[in-house]
Design a protein around this ligand. Structure first.
Ligand code: CA
Length: 232
């Protein structure tokens, strides 16, 4: 008899019957369940809240599960995602895994099967691989457990917000990040608040990360956003 770990699980499922069945079963197994019934609210909850696991249906109103999954990963979250697919086609599974899902289950499934997947994913999330403890790019390193940044081995002192901003860049290297996306993910605020908070923080971060080092890593793409890259 294995011991179930008490997890906080987000279930995104639009079919009321299936949603209720999942909620009841998972709660009876000792987990806490938060439900969302469409893509947009699932995406909002998953990117704003803290969960140990997301169970995500593929066919959802508003935005489909694959898009929700992609948004969760783009937000920098490593929360394990279990996709539920009714179609069971190879394309569907590949799209989900491509978008960053950890596992999938084809509907209809036995509840025991779901529980087994949940257990296996929870073990994975509790023992993250060594590599995920550190993010590194071009000599810049973030120690996620200590929340420390170094460049070429030299410690960089950052405030909590600067750290959060840098972590977002480091989780999305060589990707153009719009100001709107940054403010939404790092500040939890909707664009456009009329403030220059993102620019101000980028300036502060560049001073610490780039001023005394080469090559420069944080670049402005005028009118589009910012990018972390060693190839300007
Ligand atoms: Ca559905």
């Amino acid at each position: 008899m294995s011991i179930d770990l008490n997890m906080r699980i987000l279930v995104v499922e639009d079919e009321p019957k299936v949603a209720a069945f999942l909620k009841q079963g998972l709660e009876e197994s000792g987990h806490q369940v938060i439900s969302a019934y469409d893509g947009p609210s699932g995406r909002r909850l998953a990117t704003e809240g803290t969960f140990d696991l997301v169970v995500l249906d593929v066919l959802l109103p508003g935005i489909n599960g694959v898009e929700v999954c992609r948004a969760i990963r783009q937000a920098g979250s490593l929360t394990p995602i279990l996709m539920l697919t009714a179609l069971g086609t190879t394309d569907d599974k590949v799209a989900g895994l491509d978008a960053g899902a950890d596992d999938y289950l084809v509907k209809p499934f036995e509840f025991q099967e779901l529980l087994a997947r949940v257990r296996s994913l929870s073990r994975r999330s509790l023992t993250p691989p060594e590599a995920s403890e550190t993010l590194s790019y071009a000599g810049l390193e973030l120690d996620l457990s200590k929340k420390e940044a170094t460049r070429n081995g030299q410690r960089i002192q950052l405030t909590a917000k600067e750290y959060a901003l840098l972590e977002f860049f480091m989780r999305n290297p060589e990707r153009l990040l719009s100001r709107a996306l940054i403010s939404e993910r790092v500040w939890d605020i909707d664009f456009d608040t009329g403030t220059n908070v993102v620019e101000a923080y980028i300036k502060l971060l560049r001073k610490k990360v780039d001023r005394d080092f080469e090559p420069k890593l944080i670049h402005n793409r005028v009118g589009m956003g910012y990018i972390l890259t060693d190839r300007p």
